[in-house]
Design a binder for this molecule. Structure first.
Ligand SMILES: O=C[C@H](O)COP(=O)(O)O
Length: 270
């Protein structure tokens, strides 16, 4: 069982249909507070991943814990970074580059999380540089996109997703889309307990897949995994992942509880 390089799709016979394997991912954000707690949490999560689990599993964890957590989970869980710096070296205090991450065996990272966009003021252009640099170094990226509550209320969801997708993926070639996962995270649902209904999330995911189709063609759009993020819980996961265009979840708060996240990993699947 090797989870480090999940195959995003399986071609079904001679049809143009692609089956996307579910992908459950956790984002620990600025948690937990010590390395020992991180190892304990990772141990619990890894024990929930079995050969019968219906998905690939990844955890995006704070930089100082990456190596210890990788050792803890072995090849059961992908371990990635929560953010990266697109520059490779030089005077960029606090930066962590893809090359540094690769040197410790870490080949996955998030880009464009709304907390990076809002709190750390990362622009679409900077996020695009991060994505391109990760791909140039043969790493995998989960590009996060999503609208604010105000944009949602003004019915700008499709427009916002299109801008963030097109700017985030600008200059990224079709042949590299197998290294890209998209996470749709409505800002109003993050950490608020207000999960988007499966119907709302499905409708946005369908729109996102349509935008990807326009950018890269049907095959790429059909094989790219699109995750939902925003207050996903053990109770809400089944309804979300049952929808045809929701290929998994990016889970914040609920990934800090091994039992609950284990339930999300081992969600109901057909
Ligand atoms: O990256 C994860 C998202 O920000 C969702 O966080 P949440 O599950 O705590 O709402």
């Amino acid at each position: 069982f090797v989870a480090q390089q999940p195959s995003p799709s399986i071609r079904l016979g001679s049809t143009e249909m692609y089956a996307r394997k579910a992908f459950i991912t956790g984002n620990w954000k600025l948690n937990p507070q010590t390395k020992d707690e991180a190892i304990e949490l990772a141990t619990g999560i890894a024990s929930a991943v079995t050969d019968d689990s219906p998905c690939d599993v990844a955890l995006f964890v704070p930089f100082p814990y990456i190596e210890s957590v990788q050792e803890t989970v072995g090849d059961k869980v992908i371990i990635g970074a929560e953010a990266t710096t697109p520059q490779i070296n030089g005077a960029f205090t606090g930066g962590v580059s893809p090359v540094m991450l690769k040197s410790i065996g870490c080949t996955w990272a998030l880009a464009g999380h709304s907390e990076r966009r809002v709190i750390f003021k990362e622009s679409d252009e900077e996020i695009n540089e991060q994505c391109k640099m990760l791909i140039e170094h043969d790493m995998n990226v989960v590009l996060c996109i999503g609208e604010t509550l105000e944009e949602f209320e003004k019915e700008l969801v499709g427009a916002v997703c299109e801008i963030q997708l097109k700017k985030g993926l600008a200059g990224i070639d079709k042949k590299d889309l197998d290294k890209v996962t998209i996470a749709y995270e409505p800002v109003w649902a993050i950490g608020t307990g207000k999960v988007a209904t499966p119907e709302i999330a499905q409708s946005v995911h369908e729109t996102i897949r349509g935008i990807l189709k326009g950018m890269y063609g049907e095959k790429i759009a059909d094989s790219t995994r699109i995750l939902y993020g925003g207050s996903v819980s053990p109770e809400s996961v089944d309804g979300l992942v049952a929808k045809p265009d929701i290929d998994g979840a990016l889970v914040g708060g609920a990934s800090l509880n091994a039992e609950g996240f284990g339930r999300i990993i081992n969600h109901e699947s057909e």
